[in-house]
Design a protein around this ligand. Sequence first.
Ligand SMILES: NC(=O)CCC(=O)C(=O)O
Length: 261
Amino acid sequence: MDVKIAIAQIDITFGNPQKNREKVQKWIEMASLKSPDIIVFPELWDTGYDLSRLEEIADSNGASSIKLLQQLAKKHKIHIVGGSVANIQENGIKNTLIVINDEGKLIKEYSKLHLFQLMNEHKYLAPGNNDGLFTLMDFPFAAFICYDIRFPEWMRKHVLKGAKALFVVAEWPSARLDHWRSILITRAIENQCFVIACNRVGSDPNNEFAGHSLIINPWGEVIAEGKDEEELIIQEINLSDVESVRKRIPIFTDRRPEYYN
Ligand SMILES: NC(=O)CCC(=O)C(=O)O
């Protein structure tokens, strides 16, 4: 039941997908030397938050970034929670999280449901309309994008459908680092599951980003945490911890949903 996770806590070059793709390739090659099962990248890792230029720099359906990740996943036999990529779809530009298995197959696309007005997402992006559930190595997981973590009901919905670990990809500014840590620890405690959260470091013309990627166990303990510079965080998790915590404090049998609406 052990799963070895690698979080690629990278900086992102603003509005330069080519350079960012080269970096991601290097980081996957470097990470593969440590043989992780799953590697995670941050939100909008190919374009950064260069939202006003997305029409020009984002891919149609994210094709170039997805193709690159598919080749690398297959070559290095590694599952990729491929952060999110900006992609042009028929009904607008989306901020879409992609999951690729170790055979290079695209198994999940989840477009950010909640758009973050403080960073102007609502002016340039269209929201998604599907869930973040997926299965890797026969385990049920779910994935979310940054601002989504402020919506506990959205994450709980995925846990009620079986997710045992919640992946989060982010470009979360340093100004709200305390919110980032507190919210993610709370989501792990209240859902009694793992939280695996990858945030970028560095800055763009509008924000400085916090790093502090986190892996939190179902008891709410931080078992791995990045600092505020680029780093590869490696941590094994044991998914049977989810059942142990749920036996000790059985919130999923004690809840009274008939009173909640
Ligand atoms: N990229 C984001 O969604 C940022 C969310 C954020 O900073 C917040 O405070 O929420």
